[in-house]
Ligand binder design. Structure first.
Ligand code: ATP
Ligand code: MG
Length: 391
């Protein structure tokens, strides 16, 4: 008999349609996230996923931590096991829930039996264990209507389980249940956060990074790889597409009017991202753009960069304040890496007076001196792929 972890599913349950497929996807993601932590059995019953150690070296503490990063789970609790005997269950509850019972002012017990041969009904068992708990912790009173603490007991095939207080899961939907998107990943604070937010909606991500060596350094590239690696905690294994961008930037610098540099550069990024998306059957492009943050993030500027592609551009940070973005980046663990001081290709050849309210046809005209197709093709052919996974 051993302890286990119980996971409450989030929006999957509400989804109705495709629920089985969602559950399967989530269980696959859970199994992958537990790799390296020992052998676990993962099973699903009535919207609850059970994670049980199957070998002595299975690290339940580490699994409990790891599962808090998996999208599609709203609540996570640990449960302790004992033999299916009412006295053993009451003793276990008194010991295992000591901290919770001391902290709470009121409680109730809820029991569930999947093993119907257990001699007490669920109500009888709840009453019995509730009485024993009440005696052990007289300062915590029974309140069946609005208890602070709900003590869960479950009688299953092999054992009885007492649940601890749940902690919050990562929420969202299982990665891979909502299609694939390309995410533009720079080394900044914003794009790891936008990637995280879209992954949370169940989208598998293909990170794309534009690299302008030697204007941007190897360290700048390593930083992006590290950011993607941090994101694998939530997204699972990913392949970063590193696009050589130097020639395109030099062509723009040499041949186009300075005030349009950034906008033309961003149009190239979009075109290349769309080609990569088509290769992966991805249906959208994700960016960390934020309304009004810089000259290229006005509505007019974004219209001119999005005009060159057909796929939708998802901008989950569009209406957020910088402080909110920073908070989220700290929470997901990318902030400290994002603030390492390496330059990005967007800051190379920055115009002194960028156009903030460009007309789409002005930008197109400024760009028309370039052989756009050939440049896109050349960059596309030079792509380097780097696979990252959670250690
Ligand atoms: P970030 O903090 O994500 O770098 P930013 O505030 O610096 O964003 P911009 O430099 O205008 O804003 O970039 C806007 C978005 O374009 C980024 O959030 C990112 O999605 C994408 N982007 C910018 N530079 C690159 C790059 N070198 N490679 C891939 N995507 C990029
Ligand atoms: Mg940036």
């Amino acid at each position: 008999m051993h302890d286990l972890i119980l996971l409450k599913l989030g929006e999957i349950v509400l989804k109705g349609l495709n629920r089985k497929a969602f559950e399967q996807k989530l269980m696959g993601n859970i199994r992958r996230r537990l790799l390296g932590l020992g052998k676990f059995k993962v099973s699903c019953m009535q919207s609850t996923i059970y994670v049980e150690p199957e070998s002595g070296d299975a690290d339940l503490d580490a699994a409990f931590e790891a599962l808090q990063d998996v999208f599609g789970i709203v609540k996570i609790s640990r449960a302790a096991a004992c033999e299916k005997d009412s006295d053993a269950i009451a003793k276990l509850a008194i010991r295992y829930l000591a901290d919770d019972m001391r902290r709470a002012k009121s409680f109730k017990v809820e029991s569930k039996r999947s093993d119907k041969s257990f001699p007490m009904t669920s109500i009888e068992l709840s009453q019995y264990v509730g009485g024993e708990l009440q005696e052990a912790y007289p300062n915590c009173t029974v309140d069946v209507h609005e208890p602070e603490l709900v003590v869960h007991i479950e009688i299953r095939d092999l054992a009885a389980y007492v649940h601890a207080q749940p902690v919050n899961g990562a929420g969202g939907m299982p990665v891979g249940s909502n299609g694939t998107a390309v995410t533009l990943l720079s080394g900044g604070i914003d794009s790891p956060v936008s990637s995280y937010m879209i992954a949370k909606r169940g989208v598998r991500l293909i990170p794309v990074h534009f690299f302008s060596f030697p204007y941007t350094s190897q360290q700048a590239k390593d930083k992006v790889v590290e950011l993607a690696r941090i994101l694998t905690r939530y997204c699972g294994k990913m392949t970063i597409e590193v696009v050589p961008f130097t020639h395109i930037q030099e062509e723009i610098r040499d041949k186009c009017p300075e005030e349009y540099f950034t906008l033309i550069m961003r149009r190239f990024m979009m075109r290349i991202a769309e080609r990569i998306a088509n290769e992966w059957n991805a249906k959208a492009i994700v960016t960390g753009e934020n309304l009004g943050q810089v000259a290229s993030q006005t509505m007019e500027a974004m219209a001119s960069t999005q005009a060159v592609i057909d796929l939708p551009v998802l901008q989950p940070l569009i209406g957020m304040d910088k402080e909110e973005i920073v908070q989220l980046s700290r929470k997901i663990g990318t902030f400290d890496t994002s603030i390492l001081p390496y330059e990005d290709c967007c800051t190379v050849f920055t115009p002194r007076h960028p156009r903030t309210r460009p007309k789409v046809n002005e930008v197109a005209a400024a760009e028309s001196v370039l052989d756009v197709e050939a440049l896109v093709e050349e960059a596309f052919r030079g792509i380097e792929r780097i696979t990252v996974e959670h250690e």
